[in-house]
Design a protein. Sequence first.
Lengths: 91, 1001
Amino acid sequence: MFIINCPFCGERDQSEFKAGGEAHIIRPRQPTELSDDEWAEYLFTRKNIKGIQFERWNHAHGCRKWFNMARDTLNDEIKAVYKMGDKPPIE
Amino acid sequence: MKNNLRVKTSKLIDETYRISFKFNGTTYHGFKGDTLASALLVNGVHLVARSFKYHRPRGIMTAGSEEPNAIVQLHNNSSRTEPNVRATEVEIYEGLEASSQNCWPNVNFDIGAINNLLSPLLPAGFYYKTFMWPASFWEKYEYFIRKSAGLGKSPTKPDPDIYEHRYIHCDVLVIGAGISGIMAAKTAAKNGLKTLLVDEKPNLGGSEIYQNSEYFKIDNQTSGSWLEKEINKIKKIENLEIKTRTSVAAFHGYNFLLARENLTDHLPIEQRKNKTRHKLLKIRAKKVINATGSIERPLIFNNNDRPGILLSSAIKKYTDLFGVACGERIVLLTNNDSAYETAISLIQRGIKVEAIIDNREQLDSKLLYEVEKSNVKIFKGFTIVDTSGYKRINKVSIMKLSIDGQSVVGPKTNLYCDCLGISGGWTPTVHLFTQSGGKLKFREDDQVFIPNTNTLEQISIGACNGDLLLDEIIKNVPKSLKKFLNVKDFEYDDLQVLSSNNKSKRNIWLLPSDKVLGKTKPFVDYQNDATAKDIKLALREGFRSIEHVKRYTTTGMGTDQGKLGNMHALGIISETAGAKMGELGTTTFRPPYTPLTFGTIVGRNVGDYFDIFRKTPLHDWHVNNKAEFENVGQWKRAWYYPKENENMYQAVQRESKAARESAGILDASTLGKIDIQGTDASEFLNRVYTNAWSKLAIGKCRYGLMLNEDGMVYDDGVTTRLSENHYIMTTTTGGAANVMGKLEDYLQTEWPELDVYLTSVTDHFATVSVCGPNSKKIVSSVIPDLDFSDENFPHMSFKEAKIGKINCRVMRISFTGEQSYEINIQANYGKSMWEKCMVAGNNFDITPYGTETMHLLRAEKGFIIVGQDTDGTMTPIDLQMDWIVSKKKYDFVGKRSLYRSDTIREDRKQLVGLITENPTEVLEEGAQIVADINKSPVEMIGHVTSSYYSPNLKKSIALAVIRSGKNMMGQKLIIPMEKKTINVTVTDPVFLDKENKRLNA
C-alpha cells in the first residue's frame, strides 16, 4: 500500500486515492477529423511498461483533485507527483 | 500415564498453577506456561496427528510456528472450533479441548492409513493422472475426493469472538525479540525513536534466552542471563512499545505491515467475554528491522517422520525452557554443531543421550569434547538409513557414509531409542524480507539463502541475515544498527563474546539409504506427505521450474508453507537437475507468514457492519410500513410494500395498477443530484450529454444520455435549468458517484478553461415522486400556492414553491409514463412532505410503491434502465434512441465512437420488445434467445434484459437485446429453457401509450 504525496494535501494512504490510468494522453480537440485508427489509438492504446510510468491519480477521498505521478513499476517507488498540465519533472 | 517427564523447574513454567485440559477426550495436566505441545510431551504423548495423504502417525516436531505435523482441532463447539492450529503455539488454559484431525475413527486407529500401504500407487500427480478417464466420470470421483480432502472441520455457527483492526505508526518496527531484536529495539528507543517491538511468542528473548551454557558468554555472563538483563532494561523505556503473541503476517511495499496480535487465546473461555480476541495491526513504519531469526532444518532420510522425531533445537527448547524431557533415551542425528548444544542441555538435566550420529568425519569442536566427557557414543561420518516404531520411534539403523556422501557402506548397526533429534543446520527466516520485494542470494559455504538487495527502508539483522552463530551476531548486529539508525547513543561497541561452535557442516540434501530410493520414504514436506521420490519423479516427468515442481508435488503448499522442508526440495531439485541453487532461486513466499483466522481479517465488519449502507430520510417510514428493501449501490431502497399475506408478485401487481389507475408515491431520494453552476454550465452539458442544452429554457427539464468516450451508454437522467447559469442534474442511483467523478475529471484535466462548479447534493434533498391520473389533485392540495394547471406547469418543466416557509423544487417529469410530480425538499422535511402527500392522497387511495413496481411501469413504457438493459456495450443507436443523439453538435463525449467501423455494424445487439405467445408466460431475465433451434450448435442471438407480467396490459412483456433486432419486428423467436421452449415475437420496446397521452391527461 503506497503512501502518496498529494500535491494539495500532503502524504496520505493509498486507500484515499483512485488510479486513473496513463497520464499525458490529451483528448483530441477535433475528434471528428480523425480516422478510425487515430481515434482508436487515443481510445484504447495504453502503455504498460517496466520502469518509470506516468500515471493519473485522483485524491478521491480527500481534495478530489487529479494529479500526475511518475511511478517505477518495478518496485512501486513514486519518483514524483506533479500537477495536471505540468510537464513530468523527470525523464 | 507414563512417568512425569518434567525434569527441572523453569522460570517460564508456574508449577503452582496446575491446568487440566483434554486431548482426544483424555484429561491431562500441565502448568501455566506450557504449550499444548509441551504439556502433551510431559505426559509422554507423541502421537498427535495423522498425515494428510498417507495418514501416517505423526508427532510434535518443533517448538514454534514452523510446526508441520502437530496441527490440531481446537474447541469442541460448533462456533469456536478451529482447525489446523499448531499445538506448539497453543498456550494451555483450564478447560482447553483439542483433538487430532484427519483421522477416523481416531488417531490411534485410522482407517485412512490404508493409503500408507497403497503409497506406491499414490505418487505425485496421482489425482491428475487417475481421475482423467473417462472424463464424464469426474462428477462421480469428485464427491469422494472432496470427502477425503482438507484438514480439520470449519465452524458451522457464527464466531462469538470480537476482532479489531488498529493502525500503528512508528519510527522503527523491530520484528522478532530474540537477541538481535532486543539490541535493535533498545538502540532505536534509547535514541528517541518511537519504536515497536513485536514477537510471535508470549515471552521475549528468542532462543538465546535459554542458552545457559559456559560455552556461550557475553561480557563474562552466560548469553541467556546477559540477554535477560537487557530485556529488563528495555521494559522501562517509554517510547518503546512491546507486543508479544504478535505475529507479522505480511510485509508490503512502503513499509506497510500487517500483524496479528493475539489477546485472549491463552485465557480460559470464561475470561474472554467482551474482550477482543485478535487485533489486526496495520503498521506503517519509517524503518523496519527484520530480526526474525532462523529455523532449524530437518534431515531427509528414510522414515524420518515418526512420532518421537523432533528437531534437535526443539528438544533443547522443551528441556531448557519448559523443563520437559522429550524422551528417556534420546539419539541425535546432525550434520553440524547445534545438536551438541542440545546434548549438553540434556546431559545437564540428567536425560540420557544414547548416541550422536554425525554426518561429519573430521571434527574439532569444544562442544563435542564436552559431550564426549559424559560417555555419549559419537558416530562420526555416519547416517541413519532407517527408523522403526509405528506410533513412536523405537529404533534407528545407522551406516557409514561413503566419502562422497551419496551412498552408505559397511555394516548396519541398530540403536534403540524413544526419541530422535535431527539437525540439518539452520535456514534464515527470510519470508518477510522477500514479501517486501527483497532479493536473496545463495551462500555456498553453508547452503543458505540470505538477504541481498531491497528498496525499502529496512535491514535484516542476526540469524535472518545469515549470522547464525552468537559471535557473528555480536560482531555484525551492532555495526548494522549503527549505520541503519544513524544514532549517537550506542552501547554495544565493545561487547566481549565467547561462542564455541565449530562452524563446519556436511550438507547432504537427501541422505542415502541401503535401500533403493523407490523403497524408502524420505519425507521432504511432512504436512503434505511429499517425499524426495515425488520430487525426483516430477523432474523425470519433465518439470523444471521449481514453481511447477512445487505445485505438482504440493511441496511447500501446506498450512506451514514448507517452512522446514523447502530448502531440501530445492536442494534435491538442484542436485537431480544439475542446476545451481543460486540460479534456481526459491519459490515465492506469500503472506500470511502464519495462517490468520477470517475473523481477524474481517475485524468489526460483520453483521450490520459488513458493508456500509445509506438510508434515505424516509427510511423509517418504509420500515414502519413493512417495506421489503433491496440494495441499489450503497442504498437501501424500498422494493415493495406487501400487504397482509401478499408475496412480491402480488404486491407489485397491486402497486402497478394503483399507480396507473389512481395514484402512486415513490421515494426517489436516492437518485444522484449534482448542482452545476458557472457561466459555461450550458457548454459543459453540451459536451457531456449526447443532446443539445444551450436552448433549454429556464424552468425546463430535459432527459439526457451520457456516453463513455467509447460511445457506450454510461448514465442517464433528467437535468433542469434553474437559471441562466445554474442546472441540477439527476443521475441513476448506482451511478451517481461515478458520474460525479467523471465530470470532475473532464473539468480538471481536459477543459480546465470552462467556468463550471460541481457540487454533489444527493443527500441534501429528499425526493417524493407522486404519479398517476390523480397525482395533480394530490400535489395541488399539498402545495396550494402553486398553479398546477397544464398551461402554467406543463410536462418537463420545473417550479419553485413554498409550503409555509419551506422552499421546495417541483419537477413535472415522469419515469412511469403517467402524469408525475417530483417534489424535492430539504432532506429533514422529507418525511413530513411524504406524510402530507399520503394524507392528501387518502381519498384517491394513494399507494406507496417500491423499485420493483417502478421497474415494471417504466418497462411498459419501454424506458431503459442503465445497467439492466445496458451493459457497457450498448450505444444509443443500439437502444433505438437515435433521437437523443445530436447531429448538429460538433463534439460531445463519445460522439466520434458512434461511427467507428464496429459501432456502425448493422448486426450489433439492439434493444427490442418481446411478447410471449402465451400471454401469461413470464420470461426469465437473462434467458438466452435463439432463432433456429435445429441449428447445431444452437446459436445464441441475444438475451432477455427485463421481464414482467403487466397488470395494465394484462400480458407478459419483456425487453431484450438481439443481434440485428431492429430489423426483426414481428419475427418469431425461441427461448429454450431447461424443460421447455418458449415462443416469442419481436416487437417495439414501447408497449403502452406510444403517443404519450397519459403524460398530459
